[in-house]
Design a protein around this ligand. Structure first.
Ligand code: C5P
Length: 421
């Protein structure tokens, strides 16, 4: 299995840079971590600032650089305790002898040593120093203490050193460090998936069924969607450990076990509830609903009477729910569906781009054996370009089995594992 060095959503790394010539490599490391999709905040010791300026790291990380423990201005922004809480990983690179000694002794006389004691996150150190200092008994003793305390030590490389010596003590290249960090998060995510389910901890919102657009108090415009695919997906997502909210149009299906269902009628109401869910925090949005493209411009207050041979009703366009959600700043992972009768793949790939989706599942509704009212389905799944994932053919199977495979596709895309070729 290979790993893609692209986006790991919403993981926070505090990169601490300490005094050493390898500090110049940390500038590139920030770049690589940002490329991989991490949020990065940089902490610098006073020693580090003799080698490289905070401004460099501020520009590269896009965040203010933290240098002081007791700076009222900085504490008003993100104080050291908040920074300690914010971190999913504290990566000290390069880690000087002095920093290792402070960590081992439990000192807390500057920002970094205090952070080390205050964080619950994983701590990694990438020692970089002269080979003799690396080999020194005190350094090795401190490293042993840190390993016992649960710190992960990234072994230095051997080679020629800035001081002219040759030996162990070079900080690994930034690309290598970024890869190790990425793999660590992939492994952690996989362990969580194995223990708690592929979508553990995620809030999934699913729209399902048709919408019903009123003409008058007794009539409406709608379509033949049964909601079966959306309901099967809701069950599969719940089984995969997710919290699931199902926004259902009028359908006659039982609510899957564990799923929170909100019934709606019109497209406008479906959008309103979808936006509310976004406010509450939604990680994955799956739009299976067959939303009516148009609604009646003016719904009659009373039943429309049979007055003439013709009745003209003016229709106006409904909002595109999935496209509207995809445009929001804090958008979830977006999954759309496309039911087509011809040029299935071409139209679906077009919708993926036009609606700014992350993934689209399409099916050929001209086939009589699958689709709308059927209990079976066959689909082709496309992913947005940035995932570097190949399209997947989901062979004809029950909607439950297709739903399970869609959950796997979502999980794989979220974790950016390149699909086996
Ligand atoms: O444009 P089309 O209706 O073919 O797109 C299908 C996808 O867009 C589905 O995922 C459907 O749920 C979603 N959609 C929507 N709001 C609309 C129309 C479609 O969310 N008004």
């Amino acid at each position: 299995m290979s790993f893609d060095l692209s986006v790991i959503p919403n993981k926070n790394i505090v990169l601490a840079v300490t005094g050493g010539i390898a500090a110049y490599k940390s500038a590139i490391l920030v770049r690589r971590l940002k490329d991989a999709g991490f949020n990065v905040r940089v902490v610098m010791t006073h020693g580090a600032q003799a080698f490289i300026t905070p401004l460099t790291f501020q520009a590269l990380s896009g965040n203010p650089v933290h240098t002081e423990l007791l700076n009222p201005e900085a504490e008003a922004g993100m104080g050291h305790i908040e920074l300690a809480r914010w971190a999913d990983l504290l990566l000290v690179a390069p880690a000087s002898c002095d920093t290792l000694a402070k960590f081992a002794a439990g000192l807390a006389d500057d920002l970094l040593s205090t952070l080390y004691l205050a964080t619950k996150s994983q701590v990694w150190v990438a020692p970089a120093m002269n080979q003799q200092m690396w080999a020194a008994k005190a350094t090795q003793r401190n490293l042993n203490t840190l390993v016992e305390d649960g710190v992960h030590v990234i072994m230095p490389d051997a080679g020629s050193q800035a001081c002219g010596d040759v030996g162990l003590g070079r900080m690994p290249e930034p690309e290598d460090l970024a890869r190790q960090v990425t793999q660590y998060f992939h492994r952690a995510q996989r362990a969580i998936a194995e223990k708690f389910g592929m979508l553990a901890g995620k809030h999934v919102v699913i729209t399902a069924g048709p919408t019903r657009e009123a003409m008058d108090p007794v009539r409406y415009i709608s379509n033949h969607s049964t909601g079966k695919m959306g309901f099967a997906l809701a069950a599969a997502c719940y089984a995969a450990g997710a919290k699931v909210t199902l926004i259902a149009g009028p359908v006659s299906l039982d609510t899957p076990n564990g799923v929170h269902r909100i019934n709606v009628t019109s497209a406008v109401k479906m959008l309103e509830i979808s936006m509310q869910m976004l406010d509450e925090g939604c990680d994955i949005f799956i739009a299976t609903a067959a939303v009516a493209d148009y609604r009646v411009a003016e719904v009659a207050e009373h039943k429309i009477k049979k007055t003439g041979d013709e009745l003209n009703i003016s229709l106006i366009k409904n909002p595109d729910i999935v496209a509207t959600i995809a445009q929001q700043q804090k958008r979830p992972f977006m999954v759309g569906f496309a039911a087509e009768t011809r040029n299935v793949e071409e139209y679906a790939a077009g919708k993926l781009v036009a609606k700014k989706l992350d993934m689209i599942a399409c099916n050929d509704v001209s086939r009589p054996d699958i689709g709308f009212a059927s209990d079976e389905n066959a689909m082709i799944v496309f992913f947005a370009e940035q995932y570097h994932m190949q399209k997947r053919d989901l062979e004809k199977a029950s909607k439950q089995e297709i739903a399970q495979q869609l959950v796997e596709a979502i999980h794989d895309a979220l974790h950016h594992e390149i699909a086996p070729v």
